[in-house]
Design a binder for this molecule. Structure first.
Ligand SMILES: Nc1nc2c(c(=O)[nH]1)N[C@H]1C(S)=C(S)[C@@H](COP(=O)(O)O)O[C@H]1N2
Ligand SMILES: [Mo]
Length: 437
């Protein structure tokens, strides 16, 4: 036979059998893979990720992105449909929602990896598409898996303060969330019946009582998760669930301390924020030091004034501020990175400063600006409701001592339930204004 007639035949055969290795059905041999195991991991992820998604969307609302200068994702468009005025009560709410977002996200990493492991043969399905609907499903899985991996990787890099990605975290994590969420909704709608059937196919308790000797593969399934030629088990399903659950528990235990005050904070070995940061009352965590942001003694020394810009501009020295009525409240700093700490802040009410600038509290928002000249987060805007809350302070002291330079001396914003990023340090200017959106 002439070679030019033989070539298409070989190609056709190659196409039928697929490339060698992971594309061949016999390649994946774990006897534990199967729809039941995948469904168990899937259900844990579904519940956990629902909380991570909701707390993530709440975090965006907490940033009050409709106020001037606050939006880190200016092109949000319709994606801001759910925004609402972020409350000042309870003061600890963002501490809890953002702590849950980050710690639960970390805790789910082993489950996510196990879920991906359990379906990995599907990644090598051959031929690439048997029908149009199957092609669409596979493309949606690229968005689902890609979206999940992207969200976890950017989130974890951000909380580790590794800003190695060539884009800004906030818009990337925000848009990534919506792509992932859309793919997740489609995936759940398509797979829920299969997952429910799979979960009913074996008893969970019974599985927990089954040791290695009695571990058998699940019956062959139409999706081809179950190995065509399974190897001998080296681990029971119980062992697999214990391994993954134990990994999650370990990560939880090594990160939950970042939201606790007191000695247990040191158990947060996975968070780079549990260390000791300065003398006595000012000994609590600092991400950004004054030196790191180029804030000098000249910026914050005797020449420093607080300017109240408004209908009646006023400039105040720190001594004049200290002579005003001072109030003390225990308020948390709750960073988007998940760590938080409650301290006792003393300062002048933002409402009193609004009055001094000629405004009735409740009628004006405020933009606070730092002396800082480089880096992000040098200013933040607050709603009229936030300004009017009696616990909203321009803090001058913490835990009975003057603020240290690294904690924002001479003056720092503290607003109940505001995200940490808005507790602006080294404030030298407050612009009161009526704008709200
Ligand atoms: N001027 C200024 N204030 C700032 C920041 C900043 O970078 N510059 N960081 C904010 C962030 S992100 C948090 S979580 C809190 C606490 O950060 P710290 O640990 O650096 O004090 O301060 C906020 N205040
Ligand atoms: Mo932060």
């Amino acid at each position: 036979m002439p070679p030019e007639r033989e070539a298409p035949g070989r190609l056709a055969r190659w196409w039928r059998t697929g490339p060698p290795g992971p594309f061949r059905p016999g390649f994946w041999r774990s006897p534990l893979r199967g729809p039941w195991l995948t469904a168990v991991f899937g259900m844990v992820l579904l519940v956990g990720l629902a909380v991570v998604v909701v707390t993530g969307l709440l975090s965006y609302a907490a940033y009050e992105p409709r106020l001037p200068g606050n939006d880190t994702t200016p092109g949000r468009g319709l994606l801001g449909f759910y925004l609402f005025e972020w409350p000042t009560d309870p003061a600890w709410l963002y501490r809890v929602t953002q702590g849950a977002h980050v710690i639960l996200g970390l805790t789910l990493v082993p489950v996510l990896l196990a879920k991906l492991w359990s379906v990995i043969p599907k990644l090598f399905d051959w031929p690439p598409a048997r029908s149009v609907s199957q092609a669409v499903e596979r493309i949606s899985l690229v968005l689902l898996v890609g979206g999940a991996v992207f969200q976890f990787v950017t989130g974890i890099l951000n909380i580790q303060l590794f800003y190695v990605f060539p884009f800004s975290f906030y818009p990337a994590h925000f848009y990534g969330a919506w792509i992932f969420l859309a793919a997740l909704v489609v995936h759940v709608a398509v797979k829920l019946p299969t997952a429910a059937r799979a979960l009913r196919s074996r008893g969970f308790r019974r599985e927990l009582r089954t040791g290695l000797a009695d571990t058998r593969p699940e019956p062959p399934d139409p999706d081809g998760l179950v190995a065509a030629s399974p190897a001998e088990p080296t681990m029971s399903r119980r062992g697999m669930l214990g391994f993954v659950g134990g990994g999650s528990l370990l990560i939880f235990g090594l990160s939950v301390g970042q939201t606790l005050d007191g000695p247990l904070r040191r158990t947060a070995l996975l968070a780079p924020h549990g260390r000791v940061y300065g003398p006595g009352p000012n000994d609590f965590q600092i991400n950004k030091t004054a030196a790191g942001l180029g804030v000098t003694a000249a910026d914050t020394g005797d020449a420093w004034r607080l300017t109240l810009a408004g209908s009646r501009p006023v400039a105040l020295t720190r001594a004049e501020l200290l002579a005003m009525p001072l109030h003390t409240y225990a308020l948390p700093i709750a960073c988007v990175e998940g760590w938080s700490t409650e301290q006792e802040w003393t300062g002048v009410r933002l409402a009193d400063l609004a009055r001094l600038a000629g405004f009735a509290p409740g009628t004006v928002g405020v933009t606070a600006t730092s002396v800082q000249r480089v880096g992000y987060f040098g200013s933040a805007s607050f709603s009229p409701r936030q300004v009017a809350d009696p616990r909203s302070l321009l803090a001058l002291r913490v835990n009975g001592a003057d603020l240290s330079l690294d904690h924002g001396f001479p003056a720092r914003i503290m607003v109940p339930n505001a995200p940490g990023v808005h507790t602006t340090k080294w404030v030298h200017r407050l612009d009161f204004h009526q704008e709200l959106s």
